[in-house]
Design a protein around this ligand. Structure first.
Ligand code: SF4
Ligand code: SF4
Length: 440
């Protein structure tokens, strides 16, 4: 009998290329200077609360939330504030960064450990610790913990469906206890009685480790693990909700509309560290991969570490002359970098270094109307028609085609035999609609 893993409709199966799945997490050195972005989350940038010349301890608050939807920033090291400068971010823009020069003195401050916290105390701790969605979205987690109505499920995303990336897999394997504890605390704070951790079927060791920790109902929350079919984009929010609960988030709706809150396994880990160890979010696990990475693997990296330093430490015998493409994130949804000036932020899950072969872009040819992009789109959109409407700047048609429901997962571009740049066209179409003030 074939075991049916939980999954969603449509999607695709890119080669997983999880070459670093067995590489244990190791801590990367701290660079000579850290550049802490004040905008590494959705919402208002953080506001500096230190001045040039100040001494700071590891764990000290250096940026206060800039609004209701915002997140705090803390120093990962003890050192001195050298400046507050504008620098490139990994998402392509620029923002203010606090520059910290480590002094090697190891001064550290931490928050008191929470003993038997109330849900409100957990929420407040999550806010104090500057925790955001670490799977890529960067939404401030404390805001998510106050849904309009009591959720039934807190879903924790351990799918890690993007090719190459393996840091969540290692975190679940090596730190399962903390991940499960964090999932429990998150569910408790949000008011859900059940937490479900979804793990893709190609991560058997991680699944077994998580399953072994899912015992008891401490805080009145039962935590369960579920195996998901390995398929892209299994970790997308709406697809995960359907796979784990069978509920469909309505178009334009949120998981909360069907009684769910979703967060990522790394976020759960960070919540446990903040509540049980008093640590604010100052480092994260990330994968270094791609054929041009000399020392591929999974690393704990201090927030604010420049990408150039990560490259330096993991280049090994490889030459930068053979580097054709650098991606922050996975190859399906990640952001190509024009250089290595940006710094590691709370949402930096990987840095991929590709040579000619992996980066090869095929020239687009005429659409052959095969319909593959339509058959595979997990949101049941018609990417072929959206591209046509985008090229014709037909905004009315774009709205009829629900272009705003596209989550830019990249499936359509990936499966297109004509290599049409569909996601690029969709991004432009969404931008046009936004500027015009429209969109469903
Ligand atoms: S149209 Fe959007 S949601 Fe559909 S496959 Fe393409 S990128 Fe993904
Ligand atoms: S997959 Fe490509 S070639 Fe096929 S219908 Fe879509 S855009 Fe056209």
């Amino acid at each position: 009998m074939r075991f049916a893993f939980r999954t969603f409709g449509r999607g695709t199966h890119p080669p997983a290329n999880k070459f670093t799945a067995d590489s244990p997490l190791v801590r990367l050195d701290v660079p000579e200077k850290l550049y802490l972005p004040l905008s590494q989350h959705i919402g208002a940038p953080a506001v500096p609360v230190v001045s040039v010349g100040d001494s700071v301890a590891a764990g000290q608050l250096v940026g206060e939330s800039g609004g209701k939807v915002s997140a705090r920033v803390h120093s990962p090291v003890s050192g001195r504030v050298e400046g507050i400068v504008s620098r490139p971010t990994a998402s392509g823009g620029k923002c203010a960064h606090i520059v910290i020069v480590p002094d090697g003195e190891g001064r550290r401050v931490s928050m008191p450990v929470l003993g038997q916290p109330s849900p409100e105390e957990v929420k407040e701790r999550v806010r104090e610790a500057g925790i955001v969605g670490m799977g890529g979205a960067g939404f401030p987690t404390h805001v998510k913990l106050s849904p309009a109505k009591k959720p039934e499920f807190f879903l924790v995303n351990g799918a890690e469906c993007e090719p190459y990336i393996t840091c969540d897999c290692r975190l679940m394997t090596e730190r399962a206890k903390e991940v499960v504890r964090g999932a429990r605390l998150l569910a408790y704070a949000a008011g859900a009685d059940k937490a479900l951790i979804g793990v893709e079927s190609n991560k058997k060791e991680a699944y077994a480790a998580i399953l072994a920790e899912c015992v008891g109902d401490d805080l009145g929350v039962s935590v369960q693990a579920a195996l998901l079919r390995t398929k892209y984009p299994q970790g997308a929010e709406k697809q995960l909700v359907f796979a784990l609960t069978g509920r469909r988030v309505p178009p334009g709706g949120l998981p909360a509309d069907v009684g769910c809150v979703v967060d990522n396994v790394h976020t759960a880990y960070a919540v446990c560290r903040a509540a049980d160890f008093g640590e604010p979010l100052t480092e994260r696990a990330l994968t270094v991969g791609g054929r041009e990475a000399g020392r591929p693997g999974n690393y704990f990296v201090a927030i604010g570490t420049p990408f150039s330093f990560v490259r330096e430490m993991t280049r090994g015998e490889k030459s930068d002359d053979d580097l054709v493409k650098i991606i922050n994130g996975g190859p399906m949804m990640g952001i190509a970098q024009s250089g290595l000036d940006a710094s590691v932020g709370k949402t930096t899950s990987s840095l991929l270094f590709f040579g000619e072969k992996e980066a090869a872009l095929q020239e687009p040819t005429q659409c052959i109307n095969c319909g593959r992009c339509i058959r595979c789109c997990p949101m049941k959109l018609s990417p072929r028609d959206i591209e046509r409407a985008a090229l014709e700047k037909d905004t009315e048609r774009l709205e009829e085609l629900y272009v705003q429901s596209c989550m830019e997962c990249g499936v359509c571009s990936y499966v297109c035999p004509a290599k049409r740049p569909l996601v690029h066209a969709i991004r432009l179409a969404k931008k046009t609609l936004r500027e015009r003030g429209g969109g469903k």
